[in-house]
Write a protein that binds this ligand. Sequence first.
Ligand SMILES: Nc1ncnc2c1ncn2[C@@H]1O[C@H](COP(=O)(O)OP(=O)(O)OP(=O)(O)O)[C@@H](O)[C@H]1O
Ligand SMILES: [Mg+2]
Length: 303
Amino acid sequence: MSKEPIIISIGGGKGGIGKSTVTTNIGTALVQKDYRVGFIDADLGGANLHHCLGIKRPQTGLRDFITGTAKNLADVALATPLPGSWLISGASDIVELANPRFAQKKKMIAHLRTLDADYILIDLGAGTGSNVTDFFAAFPCGIIVSDGSAASIENAYGFLKNGIIRGLLRLFPGNKELQQFIRRCSGSGNDLHYTTIGEMVAAAVQRFPDYARTMKEYLHAKRLFLVLNMVRRESDIRHGERFAGIVKKYLSISLIYIGYVSWSEDVNASFRAMQPVMLHSNAAEVRNAFSSITANLVALTRE
Ligand SMILES: Nc1ncnc2c1ncn2[C@@H]1O[C@H](COP(=O)(O)OP(=O)(O)OP(=O)(O)O)[C@@H](O)[C@H]1O
Ligand SMILES: [Mg+2]
């Protein structure tokens, strides 16, 4: 197994779509395949990943790292009931923590790469604000969760677009002119009239030839995976492929549809019981879905 952890953020814009459920159960499936897994609850407004993993009151977590009580991210990791895995819990009780400074986030991102695990899964909060997208932008791999409905696909698209723009901006921290160009191309006013990220990069080749290559490499390195969750209709399953096509066309990144999980009362029951559904004996359909999604993820991240 490789030394550097494979870091995957899990987001999707919309609240309550199952990001924490997907994080928990993919993580459990990875543990069942003997991978060492780290869970990070990056939801700094309404953290609940500890609940999904069966931990009632985490004694430490991101709060202690952000406030400086703990110097290293590794110091705030807790063992979980899943063998060989750990959790860095989020926070929901201190308002100012919901908006850590960029420098704090940068430190967190740097520490993350040094943690001991084969996979690190970062459960992102809802929304498309910079706190959410900074983590998404910082690492090549990400999972997008949607229920396949029009509203949630729209949210997921907004999340992805913001995340990509955020990532491109982060590439050139000191270059105000280029940053402004990226902002103008992507802002709601869109005064430069580029419909796609591809058109924007093509324009950057003309105006900023020295930097366009870095932008292309960033987009090329992105490894994004789509999971549909809480699927209720046969027709929604097909929306995954369509969405992936739209993302390729408009955002110039590859989004690979790695599977779907149907809506199931078993998931709700396991959530209430504070246990991953992967550990339940009576939820074969959901377990099979998460197993197959995880097998696809492993194949695509370890190739
Ligand atoms: N496939 C599913 N079938 C039925 N219920 C589900 C499914 N996936 C998740 N749920 C339920 O939906 C609720 C929200 O799930 P979860 O907390 O994972 O969403 P989230 O996207 O992380 O929410 P938030 O945006 O608040 O972080 C929970 O009660 C969970 O049990
Ligand atoms: Mg959540």
